[in-house]
Design a protein around this ligand. Structure first.
Ligand code: NAD
Ligand code: ZN
Ligand code: ZN
Length: 337
């Protein structure tokens, strides 16, 4: 099988021929149809974060495919079913996080395309209990971005406590942000989109953003203050300055939901302002299996539009350059069929 492999943190990815793995225990062997390129794959390939993966490994965690075979303890998953293989590859299933519907916080979790081989490959192994069924009628090219960019921002909008009529700022209108904007609208928010490329600002307008701010030459906090401040701000831009801007754009009582994970990501919190203004800053990590099922249902109902272009797996290094330049059309998806 063809697989994209990270040979080391300073080298380009290599597309290699590998043995198709055999499922054991609770695993399923999934024949991948599509796999979305998340900015996280780039952080993984460069070893950007404090907890690093171990090269060589296969990145990718927005994988959609067909169950081809199951291990002896995965018989409950039907061969032939279309499933999503998300970032949360597996969790323990019995800790307090797992049993309270927060399996994304499980300390025993394994992450697809990070601590275990991922989906930028013609086949991948996945825990049958942590894949999510893709409903009939959803294009696998749409399902891929929904599996991380979608579920992550859907959850972030929930974590922000978004209610109808609130002003929601979305910082960064890329793979995650273009979906964040749509979920904020679904939750009834008045939306403010911020980016630094003409293409993404145009996309935000096309997706119905109520206000659009160009952070290259506009002061985000000032512009948002003119509107009355943001109740919720969701930071998907891979840039520390954008966190500070989003924090400053909050109105009293507002919540900043941190989502993007730049290398050396940090935000200095002014204590006086945070306390006196009753601001909340909260981190949000992907979403649960239930969140992803809801994301698929909303898409099936026609409530979301996935803006994406397809690429060949062989062109993964070029695709990474496109994402880093900010020129990629919201999401790039590898078509592995
Ligand atoms: P992306 O590259 O597709 O999107 C980033 C967008 O931010 C681009 O449109 C870019 O033009 C814009 N941008 C850059 N600098 C900006 C600035 N100063 N102000 C406003 N916009 C700016 O990336 P993505 O795939 O959407 O991922 C975004 C980040 O989210 C990555 O760091 C990724 O690792 C992280 N992520 C986190 C989670 C989570 O669970 N918390 C899940 C998935 C991805
Ligand atoms: Zn991701
Ligand atoms: Zn657990």
């Amino acid at each position: 099988m063809k697989a994209a492999v990270v040979p080391g943190f300073t080298e380009p990815l290599a597309v290699e021929d590998r043995e198709i793995p055999a499922p054991t225990g609770r695993q399923a062997l999934v024949r991948m149809e599509t796999s979305g390129l998340c900015h996280t794959d780039i952080h993984a390939a460069r070893g950007d974060w404090p907890v690093k993966p171990s090269p060589p490994f296969v990145p990718g965690h927005e994988g959609i495919g067909i169950v081809e075979a199951t291990g002896p303890e995965a018989g409950h998953l039907a061969v032939g079913a279309r499933v999503a293989v998300p970032w949360l590859g597996t969790a323990c299933g019995h800790c307090d996080h797992c049993v309270s519907g927060w399996e994304t916080l499980c300390l025993q979790q394994q992450n697809t395309g990070y601590s275990v081989d991922g989906t930028h490959s013609e086949y991948a192994l996945a825990d049958a209990d942590y894949v999510v069924a893709v409903p009939e009628g959803i294009d696998p090219l749409d399902a891929a971005p929904l599996t991380c960019a979608g579920v992550t921002t859907y959850k972030a909008v929930k974590v922000g406590g978004t209610r109808p009529g609130q002003r929601v700022l979305v910082s960064g209108i890329g793979g995650l942000g273009h979906l964040a904007l749509q979920y904020a609208r679904i939750f009834g928010g008045e939306t403010i989109a911020v980016d630094i490329t003409d293409e993404k600002l145009a996309l935000a307008r096309e997706l119905g953003a109520d206000h659009v701010i160009d952070a290259r030459d506009q002061d985000v906090a000032e512009e948002v203050a003119r509107l009355g401040g943001a109740d919720v701000a969701i930071s998907t831009a891979v840039d520390n300055d954008s966190f500070r801007a989003a924090y400053s754009a909050l109105r009293r009582g507002g919540t900043l939901v941190l989502v993007a994970l730049p290398a050396e990501g940090s935000l200095e919190l002014p204590v006086f302002e945070t306390v006196l203004s009753g601001k909340t800053v909260v981190g949000s990590i992907v979403g649960t299996r239930q969140d992803l099922a809801e994301v698929f249902r909303l898409h099936r109902l026609g409530r979301t539009r996935v803006i994406r272009e397809t690429r060949r797996l062989e062109d993964i290094n070029l695709a990474i350059d496109e994402v880093l330049s900010g020129k990629a059309t919201a999401r790039l998806v590898f078509d592995l069929r």
